[in-house]
Design a protein around this ligand. Structure first.
Ligand code: C2E
Ligand code: MG
Ligand code: MG
Ligand code: MG
Length: 279
C-alpha cells in the first residue's frame, strides 16, 4: 500500500511537471520495455450462462523500484510522450502470443482476448499493418482477437478510423466500444462503425440497483446494442445482484470483480475453471 501511494505520487500529473520532464518519463518507459517490466493481466468475461468466453488484457508496469504500477498512472504519460506506440505494439504482440497459448488448451481454445487500443495507435498510418503482422508473426486466431476502442477516440477523422476498422475487420478481428455512455459519440457514427460489441461503462453499473437513471442508461445501451445487432457487455460488475439486474435487462455478457480480478494468465485459468460454481 505504501509503494502504491509513492507510485501514485510519482506519476501524479501535477508532481510530474515539477520533478520530471516528458523526455525523462519517455526514457523511463523505454527502459521499462527493454527490461521487460511490463506485464499483461487478464480479466475474465462471462456469458449469460455463466461460462467464461475470454478475457480482457490489462497492462501493468512491474517497476523495479515502485512495484506493480496501475495503467491509470502511466498510460496517460505513455500517450503524451508517444511511448504508447512501442508499448502498444508490445501489448498487441504479447496478447497474440497469449491467444496462441490458449489455443493449445481445450479449455481455453475458444477464448477471445480483448486488447485496449489508444487513439494515437489508431491514428498511425501503419496501425492496420501492425495488427496484421502481430497476427501473422504469432499465428494467433484473428477471429478471437477483439480490439477495444473508446468513444472519445472517435471524434477526429472518423472517416480514416472507419477505413482502418474495416481493413482490420477483414482480417477477422472484431471491435468493442469501451466505456460506452461516457463519451459523446453521435448515434449516426455508431451505425457506420464496424463494431460487434458495446461495453457499458462501469460508472453506470456501480449504482445500477440504487440509481434509477443509471438503470435507465444501462437498459437503453442494451436496447441500442440489440437494435444495431451488437452484443452488450457490462464492465465493473462487483455483485451477484448487479449481474442479475443486468441479465434481466438482457445484457449479454459481464466482466468485473464478482467474476474475477485481473490476474496473470496462469492464475486466470484456475479461476475460470471454478466460474460456474459462483452462479
Ligand atoms: P478499461 O479498459 O475500461 O478497463 C477496466 C478497468 O476497470 C480496469 O482497470 C479493471 O481492472 C477495472 N475493473 C474491472 N472490474 C472492476 C470492478 O468490478 N470494479 C472496479 N471498480 N473496477 C474494475 P485498470 O486495469 O487499472 O485499467 C485502467 C485503464 O487503463 C483501462 O480501462 C484502459 O483504458 C487502460 N489500459 C489498460 N491496459 C491498457 C493497454 O494495454 N493499452 C491501452 N491503450 N490502455 C490500457
Ligand atoms: Mg477496456
Ligand atoms: Mg472500460
Ligand atoms: Mg472504464
Amino acid at each position: 500500500k505504501a509503494a502504491g501511494r509513492n507510485t501514485a505520487r510519482f506519476f501524479d500529473p501535477v508532481m510530474q511537471a515539477a520533478v520530471t520532464t516528458h523526455a525523462e518519463l519517455a526514457k523511463e518507459i523505454r527502459l521499462g520495455l527493454q527490461r521487460h517490466e511490463f506485464v499483461l493481466h487478464y480479466q475474465v468475461q462471462i456469458d449469460g450462462q455463466g461460462r467464461c468466453t475470454g478475457a480482457e488484457a490489462l497492462v501493468r508496469w512491474n517497476h523495479r523500484v515502485r512495484g506493480l504500477v496501475s495503467p491509470a498512472h502511466f498510460i496517460p504519460l505513455a500517450e503524451e510522450t508517444g511511448m504508447i506506440l512501442p508499448l502498444g505494439e508490445w501489448v498487441m504482440e504479447s496478447a497474440c502470443q497469449q491467444l496462441v497459448e490458449w489455443s493449445r488448451n481445450p479449455m481455453t481454445a475458444h477464448w477471445t482476448l480483448a486488447v485496449n487500443v489508444s487513439a494515437s495507435q489508431l491514428a498511425q498510418p501503419e496501425f492496420v499493418a501492425s495488427v496484421r503482422e502481430a497476427l501473422q508473426r504469432s499465428g494467433a486466431p484473428a477471429g478471437q482477437l477483439k480490439l477495444e476502442l473508446t468513444e472519445s477516440m472517435l471524434v477526429d477523422d472518423v472517416e480514416d478510423i472507419i477505413v482502418k476498422m474495416m481493413a482490420i475487420k477483414e482480417l477477422g478481428v472484431s471491435f468493442s466500444l469501451d466505456d460506452f455512455g461516457t463519451g459523446y459519440s453521435s448515434l449516426s457514427y455508431l451505425k457506420r462503425l464496424p463494431l460487434s460489441q458495446l461495453k457499458i461503462d462501469q460508472s453506470f453499473v456501480r449504482d445500477v440497483l440504487t440509481d434509477p437513471s443509471d438503470a435507465v442508461i444501462a437498459r437503453t445501451v442494451v436496447a441500442l446494442g440489440q437494435s444495431l445487432g451488437l452484443t452488450v457487455i457490462a464492465e465493473g460488475v462487483e455483485t451477484a445482484e448487479q449481474r442479475d439486474a443486468l441479465a434481466a435487462m438482457q445484457c449479454d455478457a459481464f466482466q468485473g470483480y464478482y467474476f474475477g480480478r485481473p490476474a496473470p494468465a496462469d492464475a486466470l485459468i484456475l479461476s475460470a475453471g471454478t466460474q460456474n460454481l459462483n452462479l
